[in-house]
Write a protein that binds this ligand. Structure first.
Ligand code: BGC
Length: 806
């Protein structure tokens, strides 16, 4: 039996391939693992220890390395020769964990199947020789999910994705992506949740929890600091230990501690001189010894520089996809480990340890629990959830004089090629092979009377001018230029319609960063002219102009935001895009999303902009080193502390109603207990005319001390239920001491410094003019201790090596 599957997310290399994977060794012997799921980790751990003890040395080694790919007939194919005990393949899986079948020892461990991506499950939608389709539901991208600030909803999305993983016969979902949105030009920013580690951690934990409750594994990634796509497989990110701890690790730590992901995926890049997949400080000292992680660590695909034994020794247990690191020319991974063992550089204990960690999780997985793929997940139900998540996360940035919502049924002139070429998600391994995408013009058509002539013009232009490029066999990027309209045509549309909607689109992708250039971060001349001309014509007749942004991330708004009446940030909404956007424009859903990333006044204001995406230090034409000069001052921490005005602050988002905050109060404070916490309540009152939901946020300003402190940091948040006009809800917030502490690299401690702590319970990170609550801490409080010297800067690099010392 031969299946065609897809090539894994392969950074920067857009190669159309179809992998052929021959299943082998299939049998119906039942696994040794028990049929009951959901036992605690220690149960599976002892089972795994017993099995690993019965394995041959080669079987143990085989668990540490995926089967790899071979290049044959002009395409990459899974190396089926090296794939042990696969029972029923799932075409489109991007990696496998080897199983074991040994009649002598009686071991029969099925291989595990792993699939991307971030916005849903990405497998091949069709199978050679089989009828039917195998679509994953495309949910909103990570940034849009996080913008709901609704952990329960994100957990439901995780559960739906986990269900698809299971029903399609897979074992591990290679997501969620939890990197910090350090710079808006990161090509994969759309996959990630936020510039803030708490939002990132809470959302990651929610998705993991939802998915794993279905009995499948998740893989939080990319651990850590995969914050740019340029040179991602070689770049050395130089980051202060404080910034690593407070910004880049904290979200992962939250997810690890609250949701116990079965796996963590290391990043491609180096940090402080060492590949993350070879860094024991990260994979052992911090992740396991400090945080107590019990799962396995898997490498990103073809990451590192071929020092495979160093990966295993560092605690990166599983090397994927295995085989030779084809894109970079390193040797075969399994051979590398065998040679290291023969040379005494890798011990039998280290091999057993990795195999045991992997097997502990593998035994819980569907392939070893006797689960049978139904191939029939509830796609209709998941589509409804996708639509709800999309409309709950979109952010209303501007709404002058109640321009929105537009009356249902009103006559709309809809401009912009993106209404036809609507982007459900970004490109690369985070893409999903969904059954459909509802484009915006069709979605609008269900709730409004859309100008048919104008819609036809865009549909025809799109059909005649679209181009498509294949992204590495894993996604198709469809592009189309923005057509220019002349002023007389626009005037006619203004005369015959009640309002204008202009949709602007921005794709972005794995393997390539965005550019601070026209047509990307900045609007193109054609787009600016469209806004100018449509605004002049419609405003001249007293009619409103609404802009919809269908983008993977931040775009410039400074050049044009004053010219339009309303702006809806739709991000990349998943397959129900058109429906969800129309729900908000019509008021069928009241916007309740808020920004999890800042919209700065200009790209130059972004604290990382001067150094992004790094420097070519050795002059070979490739960027190799990237100093994180801004330290902990990422996103709003920077703008708020250094008084930089922004266009739309972190945490911001409008509603069609208004909310008042009343009776904010600290209810309890068990500090200075180092395990203590501060609890608060505040009542949110809907003082407007329509029902809505509000996201309330708690920011803390810590006292200045030995360590510099951001002006404010998010410490808690909560979202109300749907409040009818006049209704209110009292929200509770809990801030543990661990989240109030800063990292003191001089003493390797998490500390709260003495003094007055100001607490703001607010609708966004703009706390101007808001009176804080306060609590006091009498003396320095050590909240946690860390491994001395871990995560240190490379030799020869000091705090003084950074351009700024905060
Ligand atoms: C990506 C990962 C992905 C993997 C497998 C890599 O290139 O960085 O996010 O899970 O490929 O497709």
């Amino acid at each position: 039996m031969k299946h065609h599957t897809q090539h894994p997310g392969w950074s920067g290399l857009a190669i159309a391939i179809a992998l052929a994977l021959a299943t082998q060794g299939c049998n119906d012997n039942s696994s040794e693992a028990p049929k009951e799921t959901v036992k605690d980790n220690s149960y599976y751990r002892s089972l795994a220890e017993g099995m690993v003890a019965r394995m041959t040395h080669d079987e143990q080694l085989g668990m540490l390395v995926g089967p790899g790919y071979v290049f044959a007939n002009g395409a990459f194919e899974i190396n089926s020769e090296a794939l042990n005990n696969l029972k029923g393949d799932v075409p489109g899986s991007v990696g496998y964990i080897n199983g074991v079948f040994n009649a002598e020892s009686g071991l029969d461990i099925a291989a595990s199947k792993m699939a991307d991506g971030a916005a849903g499950v990405r497998i091949s939608p069709t199978r050679e020789g089989e009828g039917g389709t195998f679509h994953g539901t495309a949910f909103p991208v990570g940034t849009l999910l996080a913008s709901t600030w609704d952990r329960d909803l994100v957990k439901q999305v995780g559960a739906a994705i986990g269900n698809e993983v299971k029903e399609y016969g897979l074992d591990v979902w290679l997501a969620p992506g939890m990197n910090i949105q350090r710079d808006p030009l990161n090509g994969r920013g759309f996959e990630y949740f936020s510039e803030d580690p708490l939002v990132s951690g809470v959302m990651g934990a929610a998705e993991v929890e939802g998915a794993q409750a279905q009995g499948v594994g998740t893989t939080i990634k990319h651990f850590i600091a995969n914050n740019a796509e340029t040179s991602r497989s070689i770049v050395d990110n130089i980051i202060s230990p404080r910034a690593i701890r407070e910004i880049y690790l904290r979200g992962f730590q939250y997810a690890e501690e609250h949701a116990n992901p079965w796996a963590v995926m290391t990043a491609m890049n180096k940090v402080n001189g060492t590949y993350t997949g070879q860094w024991a400080d990260l994979n052992t000292k911090v992740l396991r010894d400090e945080w107590g992680f019990e799962g396995f660590v898997v490498s990103d695909w073809w990451s590192g520089d071929g020092h495979y034994a160093d990966m295993i020794k560092s605690g990166n247990d599983l090397i994927e996809p295995g085989g030779p690191a084809l894109p970079y020319g390193y040797g075969d991974a399994l051979t590398g480990l065998q040679e290291a063992y023969a040379a005494g550089d890798l011990s039998a204990e280290e091999i057993k340890q990795g195999a045991t960690r992997i097997l502990t999780q593998v035994l819980k997985m569907p392939s070893n629990q006797g689960d049978v793929a139904s191939n029939a997940p509830d796609l209709a139900g998941h589509a409804r959830l996708s639509r709800q998540a999309a409309s709950d996360g979109m952010v209303l940035l501007k709404n002058e004089q109640g321009s929105l919502p537009l009356a249902q049924g009103s006559k709309l002139a809809s401009f912009g090629i993106t209404q036809v070429n609507t982007l459900k998600g970004g490109a690369g391994s985070g893409d999903v092979n969904a059954a459909y995408t509802v484009n915006l013009v069709d979605g609008l058509g269900q709730q409004f009377s859309v100008d048919a002539g104008l819609a036809d013009f865009y549909r025809t232009f799109f059909e005649q001018n679209k181009t498509s490029s294949d992204f590495g066999g894993i996604s198709t990027v469809v592009s189309c230029p923005e057509p220019a309209l002349d002023a007389s045509e626009i005037a006619a549309y203004a005369a015959s319609n009640e309002a204008a909607v202009i949709t602007l689109g921005r794709n972005s992708m794995q393997g390539q960063d965005r550019a601070n250039a026209k047509g990307d971060y900045l609007l193109s001349d054609t787009e600016l002219a469209l806004i100018d001309e449509v605004s002049a014509a419609f405003h001249g007749l007293g009619k409103k102009v609404v802009v919809v942004l269908n983008t993977g991330g931040v775009m410039d708004t400074s050049a044009w935001q004053d010219k339009v009446d309303a702006i809806l940030l739709a991000y990349m909404p998943g397959q129900e895009a058109g429906h969800a956007i129309a729900d908000l424009l019509s008021g069928a859903v009241n916007p309740s999303g808020k920004l999890t990333q800042t919209f700065p006044a200009s790209y130059q204001d972004v604290p990382s902009s001067a150094g992004f995406p790094g420097t070519d230090t050795d002059g070979d034409g490739t960027i190799d080193t990237h100093y994180y000069n801004e330290g902990i001052y990422v996103g709003y921490r920077y703008y708020a502390t250094f008084g930089k005005g922004v266009n739309y602050p972190f945490g911001y988002g409008l509603s069609y109603t208004q909310f008042d905050y009343k009776n904010a109060a600290i209810q309890s404070n068990t500090l200075p207990d180092s395990n203590g916490k501060v609890t608060l309540t505040a009542t949110v009152y809907n003082s407007g005319a329509v029902a809505g939901r509000e996201v309330a946020q708690v920011y803390v300003a810590a006292p200045a001390g030995a360590l510099s402190k951001p002006a404010i940091e998010l410490k808690a948040f909560a979202k109300t239920r749907l409040l009818a006009a006049g209704a209110s809800e009292t929200l509770s917030f809990e801030i543990p001491a661990s989240w109030l502490a800063s990292f003191d690299g001089a003493t390797n401690e998490w500390v709260m410094e003495p003094g007055a702590y100001k607490v703001y319970v607010v609708p966004s990170s703009d706390v101007t003019g808001i009176a804080p609550l306060t609590f006091n801490l009498a003396s320095r409080l050590v909240v946690g201790k860390t491994t001395p010297g871990a995560l240190a800067l490379p030799a020869g690099v000091t705090e003084a090596s950074f351009e700024t010392q905060y």
